[in-house]
Design a protein around this ligand. Structure first.
Ligand code: SAH
Ligand code: SF4
Length: 388
């Protein structure tokens, strides 16, 4: 790792911290136990004179059983339950609305205690009893990709780890899927895609903390293979994500020349295509069994020519990869049109012929604005400060 990258990473983390959420203590002084790491939970217990065993017990109740009421934590003695309830809560984000699409996709609008809102989407598999939860990491986004509805909403703030884990836990409540199923049992909420609102690698600390909680074997226990994090290309953070979390990586490529990518994914001006592709080549754990996903939004007449498909093949040659072709999802006022089906098919054929699986994604939940790139909330920034 070069010194330059390390410095750049420090800069990103420092700027990101400016957008961290307000302190989560309730007005009555109680603290939420959700979102604490195991070590932090143990420290909370130590502070009230309890042994580490108590933290282990609570972890099980919170993340395996999904229990939010101390009174129902029956393996804990009555007086202890009361003592915990005086000092702590096990919260869920408030649900403002829930909408279910004709295709069964379900969108949650969550409202946090400070009034800020994000959206989370559950996308059921159409053929089997499983599906993906698409979670958000920021209220708004600092980046402004031209085709993305979230990108029209300024970054309001980062989500905290509790708010990120809380989206998944509340979605699970909604499908009645507690206690956490054992690994081999099918589950409705079987995978997580970190592809909702915001750029997860610009809120790395909280995202990483939340994913570690979700992956913990004694709790929710989703393996890293069932989690995919999507980035628009925050190159200096990609290695760290791979080394520390080892989750699957999706990269929002969308263009094969710097000229076009500079325009539609403005982060490209900072981290151009060559640097991004290099970071993908280095991504720890990428292999034929665990491919990197390149996301490519199909914009009619903008990035969907056969020449661009061939250039894409050249760019990613040698990387164990697949390409998700995402038909552009329109939103109110959006400046693009979706590519025609023949154009998408020709594009996909070129990639497939070169050996890259390249499914054309079927849009899900468009009728309730729940599809990729359609998420946005009313939250507005209250203070102005420099964006990372
Ligand atoms: N900020 C991250 C993750 C969230 S976006 C990122 O950009 O990767 C999830 C995916 O939806 C990204 O690939 C994004 O480029 C894509 N997307 C955004 N707007 C879209 C739209 N209108 N139609 C289709 N896909 C879109
Ligand atoms: Fe932000 Fe991703 Fe949307 Fe770009 S595509 S504006 S990075 S959420």
């Amino acid at each position: 790792m070069s010194d330059l990258t390390a410095t750049e990473r420090e800069r990103i983390l420092a700027k990101s911290a400016l957008f961290n959420p307000p302190d989560a203590t309730l007005p009555d002084g109680r603290r939420d136990l959700v979102g604490l790491s195991r070590e932090e939970l143990a420290a909370e217990m130590a502070a009230i004179g309890e042994k580490p065993f108590r933290a282990k017990q609570l972890w099980h109740w919170i993340y395996h059983q999904g229990e939010t009421d101390f009174a129902k934590m029956t393996s804990i003695a009555g007086p202890m339950r009361a003592k915990l309830a005086e000092r702590f809560v096990v919260e869920r984000p408030g649900i403002a609305t829930v909408q279910t699409s004709q295709d069964e996709t379900r969108k949650f609008l969550f409202r946090f205690r400070d009034g800020q809102q994000v959206e989370t989407v559950y996308i059921p598999d159409r053929h089997e009893d499983r599906g993906a939860v698409c979670i958000s990491t920021q209220v708004g986004c600092t980046l402004s990709c031209r085709f993305c509805h979230t990108g029209t909403q300024k970054l309001v703030r980062n989500l905290g780890a509790a708010e990120i884990v809380g989206q998944f836990m509340a979605a699970r409540d909604s499908y009645g899927e507690w206690p956490s199923p054992k690994d081999d049992k099918p589950r409705l909420l079987s995978t997580i895609v970190v592809m909702g609102m915001g750029e997860p690698l610009y809120n790395y600390e909280a995202t990483a903390k939340a994913l570690r909680i979700i992956m913990d074997h004694e709790g929710i226990g989703l393996s890293r293979r069932r989690i995919t994090l999507s980035t628009s290309g925050v190159v200096p953070m990609m290695d760290r994500c791979g080394e520390e979390l080892g989750v699957n990586l999706a990269v929002s490529l969308h263009a094969v020349t710097n000229e076009l990518r500079d325009e539609i994914v403005p982060l490209n001006r900072k981290y151009p295509i060559e640097a991004l592709i290099e970071a993908c080549r280095r991504y720890p754990g990428a292999s034929n069994a665990r491919r990197i996903t390149f996301e490519y939004v199909m914009l009619r007449g903008v990035n969907d020519s056969e020449a661009e498909a061939r250039e894409l093949v050249r760019l990613i040659r040698g990387i164990p990869a697949k390409v998700n072709l995402i038909p552009f999802n329109p939103w109110p006022g959006s400046p693009y049109e979706t590519s025609t089906l023949p154009a998408m098919t020709r594009f996909a054929d070129i990639l497939n012929d070169a050996g890259y699986a390249s499914p054309i994604r079927r849009p899900r939940g468009r009728d309730i604005l729940a599809a990729c790139g359609q998420l946005k909330t009313e939250s507005e920034r209250r203070r102005v400060s420099a964006a990372p």
